[in-house]
Write a protein that binds this ligand. Structure first.
Ligand code: NDP
Ligand code: A1CAB
Length: 278
């Protein structure tokens, strides 16, 4: 591969750059990055990772093998409008945009393209993303393997059907935020029950890591693991009763369903908007 161009220089772009550079997926100078106008940010990425940067679209996109779309979904239409004269059938387009369908990308580009739609999460920044990718019919098996290898540099990658990506977004794309929300609650409670913040943080993190590894490494279900912690008449039972009285498990299920619906809504709004102006 000669060149990989990334449109958007935010947190997701940086996570990918860091993974690719660290794992020598491609020579760092062959990674080109741009953003809308934040030049300081581009300089920062250049200094940190040795990547190339440019606002000159010919320099950026000419002869690129892979073009990664990493702007916010609301900026997709204006951004693709700018780059569409440079997008070629032989290029592979990789989008990490939540909710934005492959169809929308091709409609915006006004041509059929080889498109991979991916949903990573922010744990990509430490090489621990749970990423799902879906491809359209123009993507060859070599290209699909190449993109899988690219996302493997930032964590685990699964191949799914495009229809499943909204659910993946609701579950694992947004997932880190749900866990952070729980950690926030654990930290607040720790202070209220008289523990020092720093010491509590250490205990919370180790509890999370330990629980995650138990789910990963044992053959027991999460429910079995929970029951093993819960002694009859003990502390866990007393705590879980409070969660149940607030229907917390039900609330989490609704949270994931709502995030999934929002991903669908974002996609439909964009596709309808594009079709209305075409
Ligand atoms: N954050 C997350 O947890 C996840 C995010 N995603 C997806 O990743 C994408 C990026 O998210 P994130 O990195 O958090 O976003 P950020 O807001 O951190 O970064 C967005 C970037 O896009 C750039 N940009 C906006 N418009 C244009 C344009 N017309 N041309 C070039 N660059 C442009 C911005 O440039 P400037 O600063 O100059 O305006 C900025 O560098 C989103 O689509 C999101 O759905 C996917 C999975 C998880
Ligand atoms: O909240 C969002 O829309 C993005 C997509 C998945 C995680 N963050």
């Amino acid at each position: 591969m000669k060149k990989l161009a990334i449109i958007g220089a935010g947190s997701m772009a940086e996570a990918l750059i860091s993974g690719m550079v660290e794992n020598q997926f491609i020579n760092k100078k062959q990674i080109w990055v741009t953003n809308r106008r934040n030049e300081e940010r581009l300089n920062q990425l250049q200094e940190r990772y040795g990547v190339s940067t440019s606002y000159e679209l010919t320099e950026l996109l000419e002869e690129a093998d892979i073009v990664v779309l990493a702007m916010k979904p609301k900026d997709a239409a204006s951004s693709i409008e700018l780059i569409k004269p440079y997008l070629k059938r032989e290029m592979l387009i990789v989008s990490v945009l939540a909710g934005v369908s492959i169809e929308s990308i091709e409609l915006l580009a006004e041509k059929s393209l080889s498109v991979v739609r991916a949903m990573p999460n922010t744990s990509a920044a430490i090489g621990k993303s749970a990423t799902a990718i879906a491809v359209n019919d123009h993507v060859s098996s070599n290209q699909r393997n190449l993109v899988k290898n690219m996302f493997d540099t930032v964590g685990l990658t699964t191949i799914v059907e495009e229809e499943q990506l909204d659910a993946v977004t609701g579950l694992s794309g947004s997932g880190p935020a749900y866990i952070y929300y729980l950690v926030e609650a654990m930290e607040k409670s720790a202070v209220e029950i008289g523990l020092e913040r720093e010491m509590a943080k250490e205990l919370i993190v180790q509890t999370l890591v330990g629980a995650a590894e138990m789910v990963l490494k044992t053959t027991k279900t999460p429910e079995q693991l929970r029951r093993e912690v819960t002694s009859p008449g003990g502390t866990t039972e007393a705590g879980i009763k409070v969660l149940e009285s607030h229907h917390v498990q039900h609330a989490f299920i609704n949270c994931i369903k709502e995030a999934t619906s929002q991903s669908k809504r974002l996609g439909v709004a964009l596709t309808d908007g594009i079709k209305a102006v075409k």
